[in-house]
Design a protein around this ligand. Structure first.
Ligand code: AMP
Ligand code: MG
Length: 278
């Protein structure tokens, strides 16, 4: 079980990773290898506690059926989006939880505004929706590779803030994670993918072209996080070079976010107090 000292350390951690609304994200000032004083063993134990907490909170959220939670996962290739989903989302009952991945838009998607495909995947009341990539690609890859002119993508930060406010105003809590890995960690993970026959399918030469644009991506991420971290939909910069620390941070923040909603089991007012089923 977690000690009180762990609980306080965990709360400080959550606070320190949040991008203060209106403030700069300053990625260079965040060490991707940071462990905030946690050992691997303590972090793994605390993560298990947080996952138990998440299981209980999701059960309440689902039973209550009044609010929704949207989790946005972003990060450069090999940042650990899939691994985070595999580890942290095991806390959830698949009923009531849906993962949506966003890839290169289809012609049908491209024929619509960029939020169209996203809006239809947002969670309904009682659900937790997880976005593996998201509408943020439209100010990240789209900006870096100049898929649309600056005049188009530069308006999107405001559009995204408005969209997320709409969701927040109508009962959806939003929490956004940027999985922050170092350039050298990406190199190692790519090499591992390439070397391992069970992982090679995840790797393509195109990934190296993206890697060559590392600085452009960091600038685009920094801008996106700075311009769209709001009280309703905060961004968190997750040090992600170490998977065990990443898991602890994401699980803690997610649990705190849902806890703040205080989801409650519905009352059953019509039932007698001492019913015995025969
Ligand atoms: P993966 O996450 O490895 O399945 O790759 C999905 C790919 O789709 C990534 O290279 C993303 O950058 C790309 N992608 C996602 N959304 C968009 C978008 N709106 N426009 C262009 N490319 C995108
Ligand atoms: Mg990929």
């Amino acid at each position: 079980m977690a000690t009180a000292k762990d609980a306080a350390a965990r709360r400080r951690l959550v606070e320190s990773l949040r991008v203060v609304p209106g403030g700069p994200a300053d990625l260079a000032g965040h060490d991707p290898r940071a462990d905030h004083g946690w050992s691997k063993k303590a972090a793994e134990e605390a993560t298990a506690d947080q996952l138990d907490r998440l299981t209980e909170l999701q059960d309440r959220l689902w039973a209550e059926e009044k609010r929704a939670v949207l989790v946005v996962l972003q990060g450069i290739d090999a940042a650990g989006k899939d691994g985070t989903i595999r580890r942290v989302m095991t806390a959830f009952n698949p009923q009531g939880c849906r993962v949506s991945g966003f890839r290169v838009p289809t012609p049908d998607e491209l024929a619509h505004d960029y939020l169209w495909r996203v809006h239809r995947r947002v969670p309904g009341k009682g659900e937790i929706g997880i976005f593996n990539r998201s509408h943020y690609e439209d100010v990240l890859v789209v900006r870096v590779k100049q898929l649309v002119p600056r005049a188009v993508w530069s308006k999107r930060y405001r559009q995204i803030r408005d969209f997320e406010r709409l969701l927040a105003d109508t009962g959806t809590s939003i929490v956004k994670f940027f999985l922050h890995i170092s350039r050298d960690e990406q190199r190692q993970r790519f090499q591992e993918r390439y070397d391992d026959p069970r992982k090679r399918w995840k790797f393509s030469l195109g990934d190296l072209e993206e890697r060559a644009r590392w600085d452009d991506y960091m600038r685009a991420y920094e801008d996106a996080l700075s311009k769209t971290s709001t009280a309703d939909a905060p961004w968190y910069v997750i040090p992600a070079d170490r998977n065990w620390f990443r898991n602890l941070a994401v699980a803690s923040i997610l649990a705190d976010t849902i806890d703040d909603l205080a989801p409650a089991y519905p009352a059953a007012p019509d039932l007698p107090a001492d019913l015995l089923i025969e």
